[in-house]
Design a protein around this ligand. Structure first.
Ligand code: ATP
Length: 575
């Protein structure tokens, strides 16, 4: 496909405000793509060169882009900057200044050149990157230049989430019912390009046979919640009860001496955990394996866990080795997903656990998570109380006969956390879809409240549940304004469902954790709306912490969960 053709699709996608239309445009694009290029087309449409876990970045700032536009068009950087000041979008600047006939280059070629730019590193790389990009601009038309410019600085903003791609892939095959199969493959590799390529190369047969690839993160299983240990046992019967550690969730992939670690958000975080990488290399009785657990700072001398504030210091680029000496981490392994050619995700919990314990050799870093099996709610409760006392977050109960449900949140795992009076039993993660400018003193910061939405898995949309105006410091409001304005839109995003009109709409990209007093029924929000138009809302919501950079929009809590929490809250009240 010619790159010009792809940009025609981008233009259509940008113009639409309707979700179904968005699916149809994408489906048409996928039908037109060849097996050789479908992966690249998907990556580019999502504003990336490879899935995030590959950790590839273009590494170009606005400043470098301005220089490349200037070099390519013989315009002074001063003039490029002036036009930028007026237009506010470097895409438009490139569109105005790049005047080539273009249209001749293929998507493959553009992708290859962008990849070259990304892979240029080391001494003199800045100049080389500018040179490569300016060359690329020289061979393209205004419209192509507009999208290339936006792409290189991460401002493509088409807002195409992974579920949207899956839906459109199924539609392109002419059958929406194929989505669950495609989703299964995606859950096993987290790479939509690979899934689409397999589909076009080998058809649905290939998708049905799709297996785990070591080195490609498996989308992580998550917990449902219940308010008491009695309800847990009623729901799943005899269960394995594990400590809920509050650290970094890690999925470790080991293939002989090669070890990679992925975060909850499926980003490659190997560099953060040198001691765990080393232990995985040396103390496992298997050649190839994928397993999961929680990494956290642990005080060897006292046998106590350090609070999360200590563990989180690992989230940095430099000085990791020193930190590893000062606060070494321990890794509590709780799941085995793959071992020497065998897929364990399909095996029942108890078999996975047995094998996990068997493959960990004695060592100072990796050990199996605390676990016991019981059908006695009292035992769970006692352990829960003790766990809280020791600084753990609570417990996770796991169904003994359940498989590892990649990419799913269901009752195979149930968490029990402390609930406080006047507070919801758990926090809610909402995706920001817009903001209000605020009145009075707040108006100073430009942002007075955020419009938060939960995710509706069925329709792949975001439905509003709360206006969040407290919990942020003044400084955070100022930062929010800057960050959110970068992804502001002229209209409500097609995947957002709202009756409230926010002052500024933004692309659904950031998640914040919110606590509230309770969940109420409300006509102002669309989450869980019934026929009378009454949805669910948070009462007295307040943000905890800042943006959750470890969560994607689809990782926000779901409409289904909000309704469940509402039901649970009713139960707690009457008892
Ligand atoms: P939370 O903010 O409560 O961690 P979450 O949406 O990230 O919410 P949950 O599904 O609530 O995730 O809980 C699962 C998380 O708990 C995992 O991602 C993992 O990091 C952590 N965890 C700690 N101990 C365990 C355990 N024994 N088994 C599974 N997950 C555990």
């Amino acid at each position: 496909m010619k790159f010009l053709r792809l940009t025609e699709y981008f233009e259509q996608l940008e113009a639409t405000t309707k979700r179904l239309e968005m699916f149809n445009i994408l489906a048409e694009l996928f039908r037109e793509a060849s097996p050789k290029e479908i992966d690249k087309i998907i990556y580019l449409s999502q504003g990336q060169l490879l899935p995030p876990f590959k950790g590839i970045e273009i590494g170009m700032s606005e400043k470098l882009l301005i220089r490349a536009i200037s070099d390519a068009t013989g315009t002074t950087t001063k003039r490029v900057e002036d036009i930028f000041k007026q237009a506010g979008d470097l895409g438009k600047v490139a569109e105005e200044l790049v005047k080539g006939k273009g249209g001749g280059v293929s998507t493959d070629k553009v992708y290859e050149e962008l990849m070259d730019i990304a892979q240029t590193s080391g001494a003199g790389s800045v100049e080389k990157k500018i040179g490569l990009l300016s060359n690329l601009f020289n061979g393209v038309s205004s419209r192509e230049a507009k999208y290339i410019a936006r792409f290189v600085i991460g401002r493509l903003r088409l807002g195409i989430g992974d579920p949207t791609v899956l839906e459109a892939l199924a539609l392109a095959q002419g059958d929406r019912a194929l989505r669950p199969e495609l989703e299964r493959a995606y859950n096993l590799c987290s790479d939509l390009g690979l899934v689409a390529k397999t589909l076009l190369d080998k058809g649905m047969e290939g998708i049905k046979k799709f297996r785990i690839h070591v080195g490609y993160p498996i989308r992580m299983a998550l917990c449902e919640r219940l308010p008491s240990s009695e309800e847990i046992i009623t729901k799943i019967g005899k269960a394995a009860v594990e400590a809920k550690y509050d650290g970094f969730r890690c999925q470790i992939h080991k293939e002989k001496a090669k070890v990679e670690i992925f975060s909850r958000n499926l980003e490659r975080t190997t560099h953060m955990f040198p001691e765990i990488t080393e232990a995985a290399r040396n103390y496992l009785a298997v050649k190839t394996t994928i397993f999961e657990g929680e990494a956290l700072a642990y005080n060897e001398a006292t046998g106590e866990l350090f609070p999360f504030q200590v563990t989180i210091q690992r989230k940095r680029k430099h000085g990791i080795e020193e930190l590893a000496k000062e606060y070494p981490l321990k890794f509590f392994a709780f799941e085995l997903l793959y071992a020497d050619g065998k897929d364990y995700t399909e095996k029942p919990y108890i078999e996975r656990r047995g094998k996990l314990e068997a493959i960990i050799k004695k060592n100072p870093v990796i050990e199996p998570a605390e676990m016991f099996v019981t059908d006695n709610p009292k035992k769970i409760y006692e352990y829960f109380e003790e766990a809280i006392e020791r600084g753990l977050e609570g417990v996770v109960a796991k169904r003994l006969d359940a498989p590892y449900a990649a990419g799913a949140r269901n009752f195979n795992w149930i968490k029990l956390k402390r609930s406080y009076r006047g507070e919801l039993a758990d926090t809610i993660d909402v995706c920001i879809v817009g903001y209000f400018r605020g009145k009075g003193a707040r108006a100073r910061f430009g942002v007075g409240a955020l419009l938060g939405a939960v995710y509706d898995e069925e329709t792949d949309t975001f439905k509003t549940v709360s206006k969040v105006g407290s919990g942020f410091t003044e400084d955070e409001f100022v930062q929010l304004k800057k960050i959110l304005d970068e992804i502001a839109l002229t209209h409500k995003h097609p995947r957002v469902d709202s009756v409230m009109e926010s002052d500024v709409w933004i692309e659904p990209r950031y998640v914040v954790t919110v606590t509230a007093d309770e969940i109420t029924r409300s006509p102002s929000h669309t989450a869980g709306r019934d026929r009378e138009g009454i949805g669910y809302a948070l009462r007295f919501p307040r943000a905890i912490g800042f943006l959750r950079t470890d969560k994607k929009p689809e990782d926000a809590n779901s409409v289904k969960e909000v309704i469940e929490m509402f039901e649970q809250q009713k139960k707690v009240k009457v008892s």
